[in-house]
Design a protein around this ligand. Structure first.
Ligand code: PCA
Length: 203
């Protein structure tokens, strides 16, 4: 079994990205006796698809668990859908601000995860960590990345992919006092639990 974890480089006002902090740690812990790899992706609408494809090419994963930071949540947000659109009020790390641009003009309007997402929410909740299933990963770089991953699943039958948005972690530099946070350890446990469950179901 091969597992690819992805997180993102810092963006916006943040000096760190909680998604990469967790991806790196969970990969170091190991999961399911699998061959585990972690890759840090650019917050770039233009560059992220190639970065993800290169990582998938290199790793040939059975399972991809993608992580992204979402600053306004206090729960683990399991993403069901990627939408064929890029739109943002804020620039990506290349300074690009898309205005309702389709990802692929001939692509499906939306693509859905091929994991059992409600069951994965239960797994996280049973660990005592709040979790929700979400029907929108936004229209920023995370959604762009997820759309690419779910397209790759169609090209590579058997490969499973899930995107998870995570809060800021407690003590994260540049998090302001009014922003919700979660213990890094709890996010680690949640991602570990999610990945273990996806792997067990694949066996
Ligand atoms: N979160 C952003 C992009 C990178 C990240 O960690 C998003 O939600 O789109």
């Amino acid at each position: 079994m091969k597992i690819l974890f992805t997180g993102f480089e810092p963006f916006g006002n943040y000096k760190e990205n909680s998604s990469w902090a967790v991806a790196e740690k969970v990969a170091a812990c190991g999961v399911c006796n699998a061959n585990v790899m972690a890759r840090r992706l650019p917050v770039s609408f233009a560059g992220v698809a190639k970065a993800l494809r290169d990582a998938v090419e290199e790793c040939s994963p059975d399972v991809i668990v993608m992580l992204g930071q979402s600053a306004n949540i206090d729960y683990v947000k399991l993403e069901r859908i990627a939408i064929n659109m890029m739109d943002s009020a804020k620039p990506d790390n290349d300074g690009y601000i898309p205005d309702e641009v389709p990802i692929f003009t001939d692509g499906a309007a939306a693509l859905f995860t091929n994991t059992d997402i409600k069951d994965l929410r239960r797994v996280v909740e049973e660990l005592g960590i709040p979790a929700k299933v979400s029907n929108s990963a936004g229209l920023y770089v995370c959604n762009r990345t997820y759309y690419e991953a779910l397209r790759l699943c169609n090209e590579r039958p058997g490969m499973k992919a899930l995107f998870v948005h995570l809060p800021l972690y407690e003590g994260q530099p540049s998090a302001t006092e009014d922003q919700p946070t979660m213990l890094l350890d709890d996010m680690l446990k949640a991602v570990w639990g999610i990945t273990t469950n996806i792997c067990q179901r694949r066996k």
